[in-house]
Design a protein around this ligand. Sequence first.
Ligand code: CA
Length: 230
Amino acid sequence: MNTKRILIVEDEQPIREMVVFALTNAGYEVEEAADARQAQASIAEQLPDLVLLDWMLPGISGIDYARRLKKDDLTRELPIIMLTARAEEEDKVQGLESGADDYVTKPFSPREVVARIRAVLRRGGPAAEDEILRANGLSLDLASHRVSAGESLLEMGPTEYRLLEFFMSHPERVYSRGQLLDRVWGSNVYVEERTVDVHIRRLRKVLEPQGYDALIQTVRGAGYRFSTRV
Ligand code: CA
């Protein structure tokens, strides 16, 4: 089994050390860089399997560096997860448009970062490319991020997509709002629990025309459950 190499680009040493510790424990090989220049030198020496890239870096910002990596033939296919302190949906969208594969909002738990890395590496693997989650006639394509109900493609925001991906990969189980925040948003203390309700409502609205909103069930006093059973 070959060990995956992760490059962390982060100027804040405590965060870098926390991530290095968590990733090493999870069995990854880790390279560190404090800015884009150091990252470039590390990549030139050996191409990592994934880059964890902080948004706010001295010199070239994380987002500009992500764009640069995506333009370069050598690094075009390199998966990038952005570390961001910004919770604004706009910024997340901008981050994903820059070519990042995913993002984790600070403050995050080490477990969350490891989970995201696993998910992104799995998505990128050749075997994962045709991985599709299905529930009745609803399908979610992990490679292309397309969600369809029968023949029709459903449009939704990135948070609704991640929420649905989480639900479809963890069916028939009740999750509290706090658990959903932790698993879907990352354990971000700045997000209020009612944010979950807002996104659940949006997701149901997207699923409603084909009747799939019934799959997302409210469990009174407990939270939400994704279930194909009534
Ligand atoms: Ca920073």
